[in-house]
Design a protein around this ligand. Structure first.
Ligand SMILES: [Zn+2]
Length: 238
């Protein structure tokens, strides 16, 4: 797991030579490597198609390393990644940054705790987003403990309005379905935890759809069972 503690001394206003040194430092290389690893995991699990999906990790005082546009998330190398400020201005990187970066940055601005975010189109979770419905709750422990889900209305991907609607939900949600689009997750700990939320949500939605095919109403947790799960959640510091 990459330690994401901020190097506060370096910011988007630092000299270009300092920024270049920072962007090629061992710390940033570790972050870039983890972005490539999570991208591969998303592609292997068919959460992204074509050049879809994007990832971002906060670094320095007011910057993020993110994925570029027009690239398969399954086949990135650290050299492909971009450095941007929190307004989305590209500071470094050979490729052009993702057009969806604004949504990630709006989450990071709204939620100072957010260190990483992950966006993809996992088919079963996106099926719920297509019908404009958040998945029902109180059915599986992992989902209750790790994911707090919200549903943002549709806006054109990459638009500031989309980012605003998503970031408006961040106070109470770490896993956000975007109607007719996909999912974005964020974490205060690591990119891997943001990715886990994606995996847990997708697995949950797939299981719900399978349960619907059985044709019987799934059982839900009662109040005492939910209280127990909330205690477990607290013990994990979530
Ligand atoms: Zn998207």
């Amino acid at each position: 797991m990459v330690e994401l503690g901020h190097v506060k001394t370096i910011s988007s206003k630092s000299k270009l030579t300092e920024l270049k040194k920072f962007f090629s430092s061992a710390k940033c290389l570790q972050v870039k490597q983890q972005i490539c690893d999570m991208g591969r995991r998303m592609w292997q699990r068919t959460y992204v198609e074509g050049n879809g999906g994007n990832l971002a990790v906060r670094v320095g005082a007011d910057m993020a390393i993110c994925t570029p546009t027009m690239i398969s998330k399954g086949f990135m190398t650290p050299d492909d990644l971009c450095l941007v400020d929190l307004d989305g201005k590209q500071l470094l990187g050979k490729r052009k940054r993702t057009s969806e970066i604004l949504m990630h940055l709006q989450i990071m601005k709204r939620q100072p705790k957010a260190v990483a975010s992950c966006h993809s189109h996992p088919p079963h979770a996106t099926a719920f987003a297509l019908v404009g419905e958040a998945p029902p709750t109180k059915m599986l422990p992992e989902f209750e403990v790790f994911c707090a889900v919200g549903l943002a209305p549709y806006r054109t991907p990459s638009s500031p309005e989309m980012g605003k609607l998503v970031s408006d939900l961040c106070d109470r949600c770490n896993t956000i379905l975007m109607a007719s689009h996909g999912v974005v997750t964020w974490s205060s700990k690591s990119l891997e935890e943001a990715y886990w939320r994606m995996e847990i949500l997708e697995s949950y939605c797939r299981t719900l759809i399978a349960a619907r095919q059985i044709g019987k109403k799934p059982k839900t947790f009662n109040a005492a069972q939910m209280a127990d799960l909330m205690r477990l959640k607290q013990s994990f510091g979530l």
